[in-house]
Design a binder for this molecule. Sequence first.
Ligand code: SAM
Length: 651
Amino acid sequence: MRYIGSKVTLLEQIKEIIDEKVCGNEKVFLDLFAGTNSVAEYFKSEYEVITNDILYFSYINSKAIIENNDELKFEKLGFNPFDYLNDEENVSKYKGSYYYTENYTPLGDAMYLTVENGKRIDFIRNTIETWYQNEKLSEYEYYYLVSSLIEAIPFVSNITGTYGAFLKHWDKRALNKLIIKPFSVINNNFNNKSYNQNSNILAKEIKSDICYVDIPYNNRQYASNYHLLENIAIHNKPDLKGKTKIFDWSHLKSEYSMKLKAFKSLEDLISNIDTIHLIFSYNDEGIIKYDDLLMLFEKYSIDGNVKVVKIPYRKYKSKLTSEKIELYEYIFYIQKKEFNDLKEEDKFSTKKVSKWQPNKEKYIKSPLNYVGGKYKLLNQIIPLFPSNISTFVDLFSGGANVGINISANKHVFIDMNSKINEMFRYFAEQDSEELITRIQTRINEYELSKTNEQGYKIFREQYNNNPNPLDLYVLISFSYNYQIRFNNNMRFNNPFGKNRSHFSENMKNNLIDFTNRLHNMNYSFQDSYFQDVDLSNLDEDSLVYLDPPYLITTGSYNDGNRGFQNWGIKQEQEMYSLMKNLSERKIKYALRNVITHKNNENFLLKKFISENKVAVNHLNYSYHNSSYNTTRLKSEEILVTNYNTDTFKLL
Ligand SMILES: C[S@@+](CC[C@H](N)C(=O)[O-])C[C@H]1O[C@@H](n2cnc3c(N)ncnc32)[C@H](O)[C@@H]1O
């Protein structure tokens, strides 16, 4: 549906921001101003989704495509409702109310719809209602049918986009026959939920991990612009007024479309939203000014930081200077709440395991918490590995998220970041409980906390004068984004993670699990550039997993490599040589990489794929399983293997 402020064109940008910020444990995505539900539907492949909108037609659509997970069978009805409702003979036999025809067509002095389509709508809407009242339809079947009717109406409406007015002459599209069509529904196996309330009230009652806020931004009220659809969805046949044939919509007025109330309403809303990640979109032509928005988000951000992405959408010529002025769409991101405040028992909705979520019970998470830690897609990568592995080589092991979760006779973790490896070697030698006590002692000695920046700086100085793995871990635990950054003199220089980073319960548990797992593994951590590694001892049951820096992204995790060698074309090609050599020796490998990102393509990798016997496995499963066209895919993650991922035989 064409809808004012629809965000179908911004989905990828919104996802990019979310993917950059999430830690991997987030479950619930809330879309508070869902409209066409396009954003909610997009994220349904990945998260349990809650939607809300003050308009009822948005709500019934959400009931049908978001809350509902099932392919509907219409068993009680016993026949295909679409065939029945689109059948002209049934329309002509219909004897019920003609309320819609009498109001929205020339029979009621209006030209929103032709008389023929008016009659079809009367027949379809009343028949669906009767079926539902006679218990021939389940709740979701009912919403699904009403929603398919609402979706069909704009295609035959005699308007320029909204129902603020109808055209005085028949537009060609209005003369088409109204046909209702089924649509597809994504099943994410979660208890998704739809609401139909004022968001400012709902925000006080529910929690989420990720909340998307897409308020109206100008003075065009949605209720008056879409009144016809709303009226047909609600179906209580009120008296309609004036030339535009509108019902009394005063209760649906949105404060976000009122100049004097918009900002106050927004502040009230933002202050009450209980979430970790808050994403907000707006544009240059909106009632609330950019600077006011920035100030507001700074105020409610956990650390005062606001990420803003500006997307150009329109240019116009200034009347004064005749200069071209660019207008922007904005996406704001703030972190509102601590990641680790999220307790299972506080969760709003019950959790079921989805196909696309890492199963917390199953995988161990690295005790290094940094953004870009590769935990999230484990459940997609691990099934692509053979199950009987003699030696698992994690060639760019970083936080060791992958290797630690693989069962093999022997594990070799290789990374040029000797500091991380040194830390892991140290962890592996400690009793986990004792390790926690030592960490706690250092925290107490330096009075480290989320707010004590001075203490952090003193501790960092102390570490740089006397570097050791225990203190490095403690330092990282309080540093910005938990990142491990060194300057070229190998002095740790990451700033303080104010109001945010600390050695949390989650990190503590991850560290204990991680250490205990190491105790039961035959492992080695080697500090080495991948070019220098000796892989001569591998046999045919070995697997080399490669997760190098990605040539075409500037992922923030690359920051973890500061002070170490950079990644470029030379390194990329040396890596391909290593992979070719493995294939010649009949040793399996799996390369994780990004093949397209925004407008960039990794041509070298494409060439490598076309010239070698490899399988390409697509990782961001959620995109591929949604109803969206894959041509929109902008960041495409893949796992390239030199073996078949079903048979695990070399190609
Ligand atoms: C910009 S649109 C959302 C567009 C949506 N993201 C999409 O892609 O279709 C804003 C929506 O907010 C709804 N709305 C306005 N004020 C509201 C309020 N106070 N509570 C809940 N919904 C409201 C409108 O009905 C409208 O659907």
